[in-house]
Design a protein around this ligand. Structure first.
Ligand code: SF4
Ligand code: SF4
Length: 190
């Protein structure tokens, strides 16, 4: 079964010349209060804070934005969206930046993109991520024998604590297929 993701559809649909404009519209009312930064659990690891990133977006600093790791470190927790006094859809804006980076096949996001795609494909096939299948497919996709070694120590710890299932479910049942298709339909630009 073909498992094209929302991202695949979005990449093809978004015009190359006008990618930042919809995101600028989404955050146009930002007043630089910093509540998003203060709420973000991942801000400590970001090179630009979320508040700074929104300023760069409003200024159209595309090169600076896509050199930054900020949006790729967003874990979609929605805290900034819930707390923004302007009611801006910040998590969606972060996702839109990820989609642009992925659509442009930027080298610095290659691993993040493959991680995301393989994660979602596993969820689509089984209704939840199957860790062994997901990581095997991810390591195969990155085509870099050093990458599995970076995960080895963490993987061993997680398996030892029973946090990662080592079971392999080869038969995909696609229990969430209708949900995936509906989301694709809703998120595909007209
Ligand atoms: S919380 Fe909202 S208004 Fe405040 S800096 Fe962040 S995006 Fe701008
Ligand atoms: S949704 Fe992303 S940017 Fe917003 S608070 Fe959560 S991790 Fe930070």
């Amino acid at each position: 079964m073909k498992t094209a993701t929302n991202l695949d559809v979005y990449y093809e649909a978004v015009s190359a010349s006008d990618k930042l404009a919809p995101i600028q519209e989404m955050i146009r009312a930002c007043m630089q209060c910093g509540t998003c930064t203060g709420s973000c659990p991942n801000a400590f690891a970001m090179d630009y804070t979320p508040r700074q990133l929104w300023r760069l977006v409003l200024l159209g600093q595309k090169d600076e934005i896509f050199r930054s790791k900020t949006f790729s470190l967003c874990s979609d927790c929605y805290l900034c969206t819930l707390r923004c006094p302007r009611g801006l859809h910040l998590t969606e804006a972060m996702d839109a930046l990820k989609q642009i980076a992925a659509g442009e096949n930027r080298a610095e996001y290659k691993y993040s993109i493959l991680f995301n795609k393989n994660f979602m494909q596993s969820v689509r096939r089984h209704g939840r991520v199957k860790e062994m299948e997901f990581m095997t497919n991810y390591f195969t996709a990155v085509k870099n024998p050093l990458v599995p070694f970076r995960f080895a120590s963490l993987g061993i710890k997680l398996i030892a604590k029973g946090k990662v299932s080592v079971s392999w479910l080869p038969k995909a049942r696609f229990p969430l297929e209708k949900i995936f298709q509906k989301v694709n339909e809703l998120e595909t630009p007209p």
